[in-house]
Design a protein around this ligand. Structure first.
Ligand code: ADP
Ligand code: MG
Length: 343
């Protein structure tokens, strides 16, 4: 938070704050007929279907302000919702942002939060069309709703996977989880000796994955250009294994994935070793990577075969074949939805 200037919210009041927030928002979508400033936003008609998704972020549960830059938090709040729109194979168009603020928050802090929100709105081409602002007695609460659109036949559900489909994941996995371990460790070091500065420079990639995730809209746009609709899709927010279980349940299928195909960044691997954690467990169960997990029909494989950032980790099987991980030594082990408990 900005230490140089601190304006209490009560000096400008709720309406002053909303004015300040709305000053920097602009409407880009022709479908956004009315944004901030009335009792409700107004959206125009469309011949597309719409998807709507909401995610709530609570201080102390989903983020820790002692190491989370507030601008990144604004970006992340939008990005995680855009990621859910992407996971339906839809294009995000509008978001609403609701915040509950404790008196620890200054006007400057709210402005910094909205810098992050507006950066994300620009990056994902969505309009901020409204929200709500209220006081909180215990910490910051952020609730974002995102709206997106697609042709009806373009929507990818969790339920569409069929036996023999190929399982794909984007990017690399486990990084955000390892980034969180580093941030938590440095926080403990700082708490025990405030003169010690956190050593984060050695872990730029994984701490960035935790603090400022990017929804994979780039992949969604590429899939459209290739005229490819995944048979099923999810974003990876709770960990790959857990998301695979959701697809298996919704689609009534089994899966076989291969340990040596799982994408992992070197910094994730090295840090897992440093923390005495099994790197594969981190990749399978680490959350918050916001990559995409999807299945494609085999006939679509040539369209993606050479893609540098899409990895083919296994295939869909009949439900009675279960959910298995084929290890590097070619043994099949039952996939577990959680390697360790977070709660
Ligand atoms: P109401 O009393 O009807 O809830 P508000 O005074 O809360 O209205 O909101 C006025 C306008 O400002 C509305 O358009 C609302 O969507 C918008 N707004 C309020 N808080 C936020 C926020 N945190 N972010 C974006 N827009 C907001
Ligand atoms: Mg309101």
């Amino acid at each position: 938070m900005d230490k140089e200037q601190r304006t209490e919210i009560e000096t400008i009041g709720e309406f002053g704050l909303i004015d300040l927030i709305s000053k920097n928002t602009s409407l880009k979508h022709p479908g956004s007929l009315k944004g901030i400033g009335d009792d409700a936003a107004v959206l125009g008609p469309t011949d597309l279907v719409r998807v709507v998704t909401t995610d709530m972020l609570l201080e102390g549960v989903h983020f820790d302000l002692s190491y989370t830059p507030i601008k990144h938090l604004g970006f992340k709040a939008v990005a995680v919702n855009v990621s859910d729109v992407a996971a339906m194979n839809a294009i995000p168009t509008q978001v609403t942002i609701s915040i509950a603020l404790s008196n620890r928050f200054s006007v400057e802090a709210v402005e910094t939060f909205y810098e992050g929100v507006n950066l994300a709105a620009e990056h994902y081409n969505v309009d901020v069309i409204g929200g709500d602002t209220t006081a909180s007695r215990s910490g910051l609460v952020i609730s974002v709703t995102a709206i997106g659109e697609a042709k009806k036949e373009q929507i990818s559900y969790r339920s569409g996977a069929k036996a023999n489909d190929i399982i794909c994941v984007t990017g690399d996995l486990g990084g955000a989880f390892m980034g969180l371990q580093v941030l938590e460790r440095e926080k403990q070091v700082f708490l025990s000796d405030p003169n010690m500065q956190p050593k984060l420079n050695a872990y730029p990639y994984i701490t960035g994955r935790q603090l400022r995730p990017d929804a994979r809209m780039d992949i969604i746009h590429e899939l459209r250009e290739l005229d490819l609709v995944p048979s099923s899709m999810m974003d990876i927010s709770d960990g790959l294994a857990s998301e695979l279980f959701h697809i298996c349940k919704a689609s009534d299928v089994g899966v076989a994935i291969y340990e040596d195909k799982l994408p992992m960044d070197k910094q994730t691997y090295d840090t897992a070793i440093e923390f005495n954690l099994d790197p594969i467990t981190c990749v399978l169960n680490g959350g918050e990577d916001y990559e995409l997990l999807f299945t494609i029909d085999q006939k679509d494989f040539p369209k993606l075969e050479k893609h540098p950032d899409i990895h083919f980790i296994g295939h869909v099987t009949a439900p009675d074949e279960g959910k298995v991980l084929i290890t590097k030594s070619q043994t099949a082990v039952a996939l577990k939805a959680q390697g360790w408990k977070h709660f």
